[in-house]
Design a binder for this molecule. Structure first.
Ligand SMILES: Nc1ccn([C@@H]2O[C@H](COP(=O)(O)OP(=O)(O)O)[C@@H](O)[C@H]2O)c(=O)n1
Ligand SMILES: [Ca+2]
Length: 506
């Protein structure tokens, strides 16, 4: 016979009241300890007050300099998509390469934005906040033209950055490859593509002096070494194609086109230009046209010093004149874009930013939803180009004349570059999204990718993840403690059953 557990219990106590009291106190103390345990686990594991880090990058472009301040939570440094852009300060005046006549001014021009950054970043974090300056195609051209002047410009900007309270990490001219790669990293980081099984997005960047195309092609291998990049990010390998076309940013492309038009014309100082609005007139110094390495010297042979441009707003003719700056006569690879540069078949989605976005946005051709079809884009640009200049000027009185007058050319150039240069067909066009900002209000561009790389914020391997989230951890702790209390209470009731229970009074 199985002995009855209850029969083994002391049914009578010599001091039942005292022992019950002691047991009650013990139980109470135990419950108290369990509660303390839970409370401790909760308070110990609750997230620490937000520890924010900052980073500053100056994008010294050919046309202007922008200063970006980024912030991110320190404890999430290696997660993707956690960086916010907290400030963008536009430097007044020229791009730094525009100060070749007075290099000191390149440094002085940055002071106002550096002051602004000091207001944005909390003072106690100034010393630990890194500041980087990357110069792009304007400085690449100046270096080709006159290396010592370019070095003087860089020294001048370095002087200003060193005199700020931040942690200066260098001012340098970045290569076209880097510019393409960091733009690609920025958009894919912000879109969270590095941590998903979905593919990556290509990047199209249009500046004033250069343009970049970067994407992961389907086809292997990448036939030219200089267009090939290898990355290992978050435990995955990426083989990326990139090319930067120096002189094919929209400002330099206009110069290339004008020089080509001049070459083809009777070399008269009056030029009818289909890429400007009817009624538009611009007088240009020939010397301004031929002042950089993009244009082979043809200046000497011209018998005049000024060029009179007269717009006639003819989109089709404009496309034809632009077409001439893309040389498609030779290709040493299986496929090329233009000028004998390797281009594998286009693959996947593309984000097009910088001037691609500015121009398309001005023409109301950027939408949040599906992309505007190519034929509609073409007809919009065509219509815009044909509008008389006085009407365009009257409609947009706030936009600087220099910029406003060039949207017709820029829109047409973008179509030529994407369609004829890179081969975006009607269908492929639908895979392009014109982006000003990506998530979290961060501007699309190379600067964020540059900072992520230099601060080692994109690890090659996947960072180890905690097995449980904070909430699940606390929940589990509470549950286990409750079970503990319940078990102990039950055993207490079982082994020290109060008399009232034994007698069936309760
Ligand atoms: N709101 C704006 C700002 C810039 N832009 C143009 O965007 C281009 C920016 O080029 P950039 O200064 O970054 O030059 P790169 O060094 O990248 O070639 C220039 O052609 C500017 O005129 C624009 O069209 N609208
Ligand atoms: Ca740029």
């Amino acid at each position: 016979m199985v002995p009855n557990i209850h029969s083994a219990l002391p049914v009578t106590g010599t001091k039942p009241r005292t022992s019950r009291k002691a047991l009650l106190i013990l139980g109470f103390l135990f419950a108290l300890a369990a509660i303390a345990l839970v409370a401790m686990a909760v308070s110990q594991n609750k997230p620490l007050p937000k520890n924010i880090k900052y980073g500053i990058v100056l994008d010294a472009g050919s046309s202007h300099t922008n200063l970006y301040v980024y912030e991110w939570p320190a404890e999430k440094e290696n997660d993707t998509g956690v960086v916010h852009q907290v400030e963008v300060c536009k430097v007044e005046g020229l791009g730094i390469s525009g100060y070749s006549q007075d290099t000191e001014k390149a440094g002085l021009s940055l002071q106002r934005c550096m002051k602004r950054a000091q207001e944005v970043v909390p003072e106690h974090q100034h010393r630990e906040t890194p500041v980087y300056l990357g110069a792009t195609a304007g400085m690449r051209l100046l270096s080709l033209q006159n290396r010592s002047i370019a070095d003087r410009v860089l020294s001048a900007v370095e002087k200003t950055l060193r005199s700020s309270p931040f942690n200066f990490q260098g001012a340098r001219v970045i290569s076209g490859q880097e510019e393409g790669a960091y733009g690609w990293i920025t958009i894919n980081y912000l879109l969270g593509n590095f941590k998903q099984v979905t593919g990556t997005s290509g990047a199209l960047d249009l500046g004033g002096a250069s343009t970049q195309i970067t994407f992961v092609p389907d086809q292997e291998p990448i036939e030219s070494q200089e267009n090939s990049l290898h990355f290992r990010l978050y435990g995955k390998n990426y083989k990326v194609y990139t090319h930067s076309f120096l002189c094919y940013g929209k400002d330099q492309a206009l110069r290339l086109k004008l020089a080509s038009d001049l070459q083809a014309s009777v070399r008269a100082p009056d030029l009818l230009d289909p890429c400007f609005h009817p009624g538009y007139l611009r007088i240009m110094n020939i010397s301004d046209l031929y002042t950089n390495p993009c244009i082979a010297n043809g200046e000497q042979q011209l018998p005049f010093t000024q060029l009179h441009l007269q717009g006639n707003g003819d989109y089709q003719r404009c496309r034809m004149t632009i077409q001439k700056i893309f040389n498609t006569s030779h290709c040493p690879y299986s496929s090329c874009s233009f000028n004998g540069i390797f281009l594998p078949p286009l693959q996947g989605e593309f984000g097009a930013f910088s001037a691609f976005y500015f121009v398309m946005n001005f023409l109301n051709l950027t939408t949040e939803k599906s992309p505007v079809p190519l034929d509609k884009v073409t007809s919009t640009v065509e219509r815009f180009c044909s509008r008389p200049w006085h009407k365009v000027k009257a409609e947009f009185p706030k936009i600087k004349e220099k910029y406003l007058s060039e949207y017709c050319f820029s829109g047409t150039y973008i179509l030529s570059l994407l369609e004829n240069g890179y081969g975006f067909t009607m269908e492929k066009w639908q895979s392009i999204q014109f982006l000003g900002k990506v998530t979290l209000h961060v501007d699309a561009g190379w600067t964020l990718g540059y900072m992520l790389n230099l601060t080692n914020m994109i690890p090659a391997e996947k960072p180890p993840t905690r097995p449980l989230s904070h909430a699940s951890y606390v929940g589990l702790m509470v549950f286990c403690s409750l079970v503990l209390v319940a078990v102990l209470l039950l055993s207490w009731l079982t082994f020290h059953k109060p008399k009232c229970l034994q007698k069936g009074l309760i």
